[in-house]
Ligand binder design. Sequence first.
Ligand code: NAG
Ligand code: NAG
Ligand code: NAG
Ligand code: NAG
Ligand code: NAG
Ligand code: NAG
Ligand code: NAG
Ligand code: NAG
Ligand code: NAG
Ligand code: NAG
Ligand code: NAG
Length: 806
Amino acid sequence: MASFSLFLHIFSIVLLTFCSLSCAQNHRNISLGSSLAPLRNNTSWLSPSGDFAFGFRPLDTDESSFLLAVWFDKIESKTVVWYAIQDKEPAIVKAGASVELTTAGELVLKDQTGILWSANSVSNASYAAMLDTGEFILVGANRSPRWTTFQEPRDTMLPSQVLTRQLNLQSRLLDTDFSNGRFKLSMQADGNLVLYAVNVPSGYQYDPYWASNTVGNGTQLIFNQSAGTLTLDLNNNTEMSITSTKIGSTASYYQRATLDPDGVFRHYVHPKNHTIIGGWTYEWTSMDFQPKGICTHEFELGSGICGFNSYCKTGGNASVDCECAPQYSFIDLNRKYKGCKPDFAPQNCEADESTANQLFEFKTLTDVDWPLSDYELYNPTNEEQCRNECLIDCFCAVAIFRPSSGTCWKKKLPLSNGQLSNSVDRRAFLKVPRVNNTTSQSSPSISKDKEPKRTWILVGSLFLGGSVIMLLLAIFLVTYSFKNKRSTNAGQSASSFAMSGLRSFTYGELEEGTNGFRDEVGRGASAVVYKGTIVIDEAMTCVAVKKLDKVQAETEKEFTNEMQSIGRTYHKNLVRLVGFCCQGTHRLLVYEFMSNGSLVTLLTGDARPSWDRRVQVAFGIARGLLYLHEECINQIIHCDIKPQNVLLDEHFVPRISDFGLAKLLKTDQTRTRTDIRGTKGYVAPEWFRQAGVTTKVDVYSFGVMLLEIICCRRNVELELGDSEEAILTDWVNDRFRDGRLDLVVGDDEEALLDMRRLDRFVKVALWCIQEEPSMRPTMLKVTQMLDGAVPVPIPPEPSSYISSLQ
Ligand SMILES: *[C@@H]1O[C@H](CO)[C@@H](O)[C@H](O)[C@H]1NC(C)=O
Ligand SMILES: *[C@@H]1O[C@H](CO)[C@@H](O)[C@H](O)[C@H]1NC(C)=O
Ligand SMILES: *[C@@H]1O[C@H](CO)[C@@H](O)[C@H](O)[C@H]1NC(C)=O
Ligand SMILES: *[C@@H]1O[C@H](CO)[C@@H](O)[C@H](O)[C@H]1NC(C)=O
Ligand SMILES: *[C@@H]1O[C@H](CO)[C@@H](O)[C@H](O)[C@H]1NC(C)=O
Ligand SMILES: *[C@@H]1O[C@H](CO)[C@@H](O)[C@H](O)[C@H]1NC(C)=O
Ligand SMILES: *[C@@H]1O[C@H](CO)[C@@H](O)[C@H](O)[C@H]1NC(C)=O
Ligand SMILES: *[C@@H]1O[C@H](CO)[C@@H](O)[C@H](O)[C@H]1NC(C)=O
Ligand SMILES: *[C@@H]1O[C@H](CO)[C@@H](O)[C@H](O)[C@H]1NC(C)=O
Ligand SMILES: *[C@@H]1O[C@H](CO)[C@@H](O)[C@H](O)[C@H]1NC(C)=O
Ligand SMILES: *[C@@H]1O[C@H](CO)[C@@H](O)[C@H](O)[C@H]1NC(C)=O
């Protein structure tokens, strides 16, 4: 019965549509006192052509609820292009509601409970009109528009619509859920057009994942009907193409550009009638879109484009598919962005490690990665050990193994930023429960088996706890991995891959391995470095042999002790000492060879390294220094941190070299201006003041180097002469005070796009180069600030607290 009356109502709406087509002009002006109501004769106001309607549109998911909206009325799907929003929620009403253009000239939506929405508190309008462009306007007494739907865009732009500075498009949550969604297109006040991911429901803005990079130059985004393009106007009277369609006659098509719920901004066309030539289907077709390759963006926070524990796949027309990891399933199939849950009970952390193998196994993934979910790293190791470490670790969800470097990463839940990636040099192992075919496969979590029942009841009830447990586990995990962070590396050096195998070479061996010290790869104040090849563990291995020439005449025992101490210093961001030679007066150190040279070559080479790579390098160096200062057995102050002493391995992981030598080369540290071990430009001011040397000298040098990494140049550029840019530390400090950090990175668009991190990094660097050592943070604080784990206060002027010694 109800559905029959509904049918009648819909039928009457259709009739009305026909009427309005034939007598369209009469509907042009909507006079004061007019109203609309769902399920009454008049449910919408049409534009003269009948293409667009403003009014109550039944929801596709619930035809007894209505959205106050503007839609394409001639298209069967009645595609919505604008909708009223109140407090981030769409204005959805039931049959009793109405929208009225009051005699006071206000447009209000009300129901039995009172006013639900009004058009931006505009009053005194003389009339309203639904225009053929799809714009609904309230017109004032002087015939100028007082309010229009184009000024309050939602997720869609229409031809002739303009997005001026400070206007945003915000995606819906789902095609059928008009609540504020997870993505935003922002025509920013600074002239940049940017796509952001946002947190639901708070609206917190995560990282941008696309930008036009037109800071200062973009003025507005324009939808040009006749050209079928969306272009960004620049203030030098040129324009930048954002999307374009190549269709013959734009007049035969409807067009729209929508920021879809999956985060892609798509330009769609739809034939106006069924008799269009050229085999077009009578539906919306996406002709162009931004950004290209949405899946590859990595977000620091949040789940990424897809939900947690899923991964992102793009199809031909940038269709974004989110899929669960094997043995995981969507928490809500209709809301895939909520992510996936494991289909099995979590591993019992109290269970005996030896049972892990019976309960869990690995599924090898060839092309999926969750790049930001690492919490542990082993190196060197092998695939077998890697899998085993993950298997017995109840926190480990995925292990990634890279054969070429013998590196193993453990990843934890929830997995974020999942994406398809076809890296040849890595194997991903997803931990899943062993399925024995004798047991029911549909519910492995409550499968009956030979294990003691009590365990399973416990696990089963944990499983029922579902998301709560996941949450608790996540919190526990964060705390745990944090607590363990500091002990891990020390633990490693004592464990199986420790330096127990530090080798003592004869001079002859090294002479032969370096082909008579022929291939010189570096030269410092007190040493020359040669490339060589040496058999280690039955494999030919490239090494760097450092021949010291100014070693204090130490006994062999002292030297060997020093070597043992350096050899025990083992971290992924330090160059590893393989062995040494101490024969007669010869003192040589044998290090692993770093194939990508030093940071100097990276920063000043022909091609500027990507911002991401530089950021990773900065993180790596900070971690290496943190280890030297606070985590290794004997604290080591490097005393000569500079780009020449940071080498890059084959994966561009930064590795600090020459650590532990300060003591060995003690005689050189005569504390005179020229002979100190440090290198001019990187040396902390207290060196010159005969003050005690602490770890803070390394912090200072790190700060200088961080600026060099940010700006991709040397601290002191003599070619720049007296120009204000000549001394990087001063110049960046000045630009920071001016609020012009954009100048610091020049045309580095990636860095400009990552302004928040850039700002954070510069502030950290300025803290590090404070002239007063006690003002400088520790390396622990530095790593936390770089990570964004703690806020970075505004640094004072570096010279403002110079100690009284000066
Ligand atoms: C709409 O109203 C305005 C102002 O009252 C009037 O000038 C105009 O002619 C009207 N247009 C139509 C099509 O009725
Ligand atoms: C709807 O229109 C019909 C005929 O045009 C009229 O008889 C009826 O009273 C109208 N209903 C309402 C609720 O206005
Ligand atoms: C419906 O619209 C027509 C034409 O604008 C108008 O004459 C009629 O009064 C409206 N009916 C209601 C119930 O508002
Ligand atoms: C609307 O018009 C009334 C009477 O002309 C006037 O008092 C009031 O200030 C106007 N309101 C606005 C917002 O213009
Ligand atoms: C802005 O325009 C000026 C002048 O055309 C140009 O020098 C500058 O590089 C532009 N900035 C960006 C971010 O494109
Ligand atoms: C739209 O594009 C056409 C062709 O490129 C151009 O002639 C016209 O001026 C543009 N219109 C607007 C409003 O920019
Ligand atoms: C206008 O500015 C843009 C970017 O700001 C630049 O790429 C373009 O070359 C400029 N065009 C002219 C004619 O100056
Ligand atoms: C369909 O579109 C074509 C081309 O725009 C036009 O010639 C034709 O009259 C249209 N047919 C109808 C039924 O609107
Ligand atoms: C992408 O869109 C074009 C144009 O509509 C269509 O021809 C093609 O089949 C689409 N490809 C996929 C994979 O959907
Ligand atoms: C599955 O089978 C393996 C080997 O057949 C056995 O060791 C293990 O206990 C079984 N696991 C379960 C849960 O039944
Ligand atoms: C379990 O059954 C599936 C299909 O039923 C089969 O492909 C798989 O090899 C079986 N696994 C074991 C361990 O027997």
